[in-house]
Write a protein that binds this ligand. Structure first.
Ligand code: HEC
Length: 117
């Protein structure tokens, strides 16, 4: 590896600089990916979900606590629950979000919730 580096890259300062740059770019990548991952998180708190469900001690309590829902329910179950809660319990108080959220938003929510274990 070292012999293919141009001469100037072999100096100690340049190696330290390259490492620092690498760490900096990894940090940016991490922040971008973390931002993408929290889309479902935002959807949860920006929709009515929080009125009935608690996650990590915040939210309402008329519906089940979702803090560990990913360990209990499959992703498919969660998608189905958001689109058509009556299919799981005909007398449920949870409204359908099929017409309120796009398929993409429902997928993002399901990704987020199924990761809560
Ligand atoms: C008006 C209250 C209410 C709202 C608003 C609501 N839910 Fe629910 N939710 C419930 C109730 C009650 C249940 C329990 C299922 C039943 O009725 O048998 C439930 C069940 C669930 C379950 C299954 C949990 C389990 O342990 O089986 C998930 C997942 C869920 N809701 C997600 C959501 C999401 C995501 C939103 C927002 C898009 C939302 N809920 C909005 C009341 C609500």
């Amino acid at each position: 590896m070292i012999p293919v580096l141009p001469f100037f890259m072999r100096s100690r300062e340049m190696k330290v600089g390259a490492l620092a740059l690498g760490a900096f770019l990894s940090g940016i990548l991490f922040i971008v990916l973390a931002g993408c991952e929290s889309k479902g998180d935002r959807l949860f708190w920006n929709n009515r979900c929080k009125e009935c469900h608690t996650i990590n001690g915040k939210g309402g309590s008329s519906g089940p606590n979702l803090t560990y829902v990913g360990g209990k329910r499959s992703r498919d179950y969660i998608v189905q629950q958001i689109k058509d809660p009556k299919s799981h319990n005909p007398n449920t108080d949870m409204p359908s979000f099929r017409d309120k959220l796009s398929d993409q938003e429902i997928n993002d929510l399901a990704d987020y919730l199924s990761g809560l274990k």
